[in-house]
Structures are given as C-alpha cells and as structure tokens.
Design a protein around this ligand. Sequence first.
Ligand SMILES: [Zn+2]
Length: 69
Amino acid sequence: MCLILKTQMPVETEFREIYCNNCKKVLGRYNIKFYNDDKIGEVLKTNHVEHVRNGHQVKIRRFLQKNQE
Ligand SMILES: [Zn+2]
C-alpha cells in the first residue's frame, strides 16, 4: 500500500475584517499573518477612529478567503 503524503497547505487565508455597523460597510481587511489583534486595534484607532468618535458601532470579525489554486 502506497500512501502519498501531500504537504498540508492551508486552503483558506484568515483575515480580520473591520466592519462599521452604522455605515454598513467594511472598513478594511487585514491578513492575520501580518496583523495580530493588537495591531488591528491600532489600525482601528488610527485609520478608522472617526467612526468610533461618531459613536458608530465598529466590530472586528473573522473573514476567511479561499486560496486560489
Ligand atoms: Zn461608520
């Protein structure tokens, strides 16, 4: 019996999505490879702070993107 072991490649890339509930739009998507939660918090405070200041409900959610073959 011959088993071919394929290298396990992640089939999906995980992102963090910053979403504004009031504007009903995605403010940005960040690859978790490059942005950890601290960094996302920083981006939120620097790039998207107007939403927070305006009292908008900004959430960070998980976003999975299928890798292209
Ligand atoms: Zn907003």
